[in-house]
Design a protein around this ligand. Structure first.
Ligand SMILES: *Cc1c(COP(=O)(O)O)cnc(C)c1O
Length: 463
């Protein structure tokens, strides 16, 4: 018998209570959080789709690894396991453990960045861009044009536009290119995959011009699923072999272990080049910790080593990608405008299309995020002009390319009924959507403003 239902390929051994709140309670919580769900308390949330980062459920094997963790300061066996796991997967000889992905970004991008330097990426993730800009360098996003159109179906919308890459190299000079960063899957661009063909093309250009090629690889297992199922020539290959092939095209990687390493904290930087690795390692020791633990405890490193194995399990990846597709299909059937096709870790709702009456200056994504919380207790994240908007010299908002709301699905945490509940919440939102008002920012920090900005509802301002 061939089953249509893709079940969660695990049993639940330990559970965590969800507190079921009322809409009335949530109205008060949201007001107190200044309409920024990042400022909510987690126990005020029913289904937390804010991020898939660090929110994975660990396996019983990983928890067993936690007990085995070797907490020696130098040369711990847990470090040797993690180093071997990373080396085996990536092929890069120099591995530096960090407390999370952005610490690895900081180590590398402050070394190779600085004023007058340029970085090109399919899309820089927010912490990536922040680290690059903090160093004084310029980060330029070059996704393929299809990647900017939410309604368009394309198998590899995460691809980098190689023509634009060449144009930028010509314009700014190869010697001023600090690195090309390929984000797989492309998180800020909708969780969309990058094809092997595109990675090969980017690799060839970087080799030709002598530019460092870095993979932002924290979802490379999920990316491998798309390559196996969508790109000719990969059907017979294992997910792991596909990932290994992609790593072999680059000079190194940044990896947030909070994604595909299935742990709650951790990351690493891995490089081919000894000289660059030594420079990064010096800063690692100053800012993170000694080179055999970075910012991590032995038990964290043990869990990462195990997670990097588990994530390539074919049954797990099938369930993982299917669970995103399941929610996406339900929303699409209802007429919710979503980014197509769905990506590997999240469903992205096109808030501009969902609330066409709210202009970008009034943050339609933030309006949707707040409504989802209010009506269903669902917490999610705006990826639009709140996250990426800038101001021109006159202080006017330069909006982001797209106004998206990301429903990120934590790994191995929620079941099908939780996703059904999310879909049901959307059906409620569809009914009253014409009456929903936008927002105004009342205070914001200079970097990564979406985490702490405070908002005021324009509906409340009117009355
Ligand atoms: C999460 C993430 C990072 C940063 O990693 P942290 O562990 O959150 O510091 C960098 N790049 C991408 C693509 C990410 O998704």
């Amino acid at each position: 018998m061939k089953f249509r239902t893709v079940i969660e390929p695990f049993r639940i051994k330990s559970v965590e209570r969800i507190r079921l709140t009322t809409e009335e309670e949530r109205r008060e919580f949201l007001h107190r959080a200044h309409y920024n769900p990042f400022l909510l308390h987690s126990d005020q949330v029913i289904i937390d789709l804010l991020t898939d980062s660090g929110t994975s459920a660990m396996s019983s094997e990983q928890w067993a690894g936690i007990m085995r963790g070797d907490e020696s300061y130098a040369g711990a066996s847990s470090w040797r396991r993690m180093e071997a796991a990373v080396h085996d997967l990536t092929g890069y000889p120099y591995v530096m453990p960090t407390h999370q992905g952005r610490a690895a970004e900081h180590l590398l991008y402050t070394r190779i960045g600085g004023k007058g330097k340029y970085f090109i990426s399919n899309t820089h993730f927010d912490t990536t861009r922040a680290n690059i800009e903090f160093s004084g360098a310029t980060a330029i996003d070059c996704p393929i044009p299809e990647g900017r159109r939410p309604e368009l179906v394309h198998p590899f919308k995460g691809n980098l536009d190689t023509q634009q890459l060449l144009t930028n190299i010509e314009k700014h000079g190869a010697e001023n290119m600090a690195a090309v960063i390929l984000t797989v899957t492309n998180n800020s661009g909708g969780g969309q995959p990058v094809s092997m063909e595109n990675a090969r093309a980017v690799s060839a250009i970087c080799k030709k011009y002598g530019i460092l090629f870095i993979l932002d690889a924290c979802r490379i297992a999920e990316n491998a699923w798309f390559i196996k199922h969508r790109e000719p020539g990969f059907r017979e290959k294992t997910y792991r072999a596909i990932a290994q092939e992609m790593f072999s095209l680059a000079d190194g990687c940044i990896f947030s272990a909070k994604k595909d390493a299935l742990v709650n904290i951790g990351g690493f930087l891995a490089l081919n080049n000894l000289e660059l690795a030594l420079q990064c390692r010096s800063v690692l020791i100053i800012t993170e910790g000694y080179s055999t633990y970075g910012g991590l405890s032995g038990r964290d490193m043990e869990a990462i080593a195990i997670g990097l194995e588990e994530v390539f399990d074919a049954d797990y990846l099938e369930y993982r990608i299917r669970s995103i597709g399941y929610l996406a299909e339900k929303l699409q059937e209802m007429g919710v405008p979503i980014m197509l096709p769905p990506g590997g870790h999240a469903v992205y709702v096109d808030a501009k299309a969902f609330y066409p009456h709210i202009p970008p200056e009034e943050y339609p994504g933030q309006a949707l995020v707040c409504e989802l919380y209010l009506k269903g207790g669902i917490r999610c994240c705006e990826i639009g002009s709140v996250m990426f908007g800038k101001y021109d010299e006159a202080g006017m908002l330069i909006p982001a390319q797209m106004e998206l709301v990301r429903l990120a699905i934590p790994r191995r945490v929620y079941t099908q009924s939780h996703m059904d509940y999310v879909a049901e919440t959307f059906s409620g939102l569809l009914e009253g959507r014409g009456a929903v008002a936008g927002f105004r920012i009342t205070s914001e920090p200079p970097f990564l403003r979406h985490f702490t900005a405070r908002f005021e509802s324009l509906a409340e301002v009117c009355v």
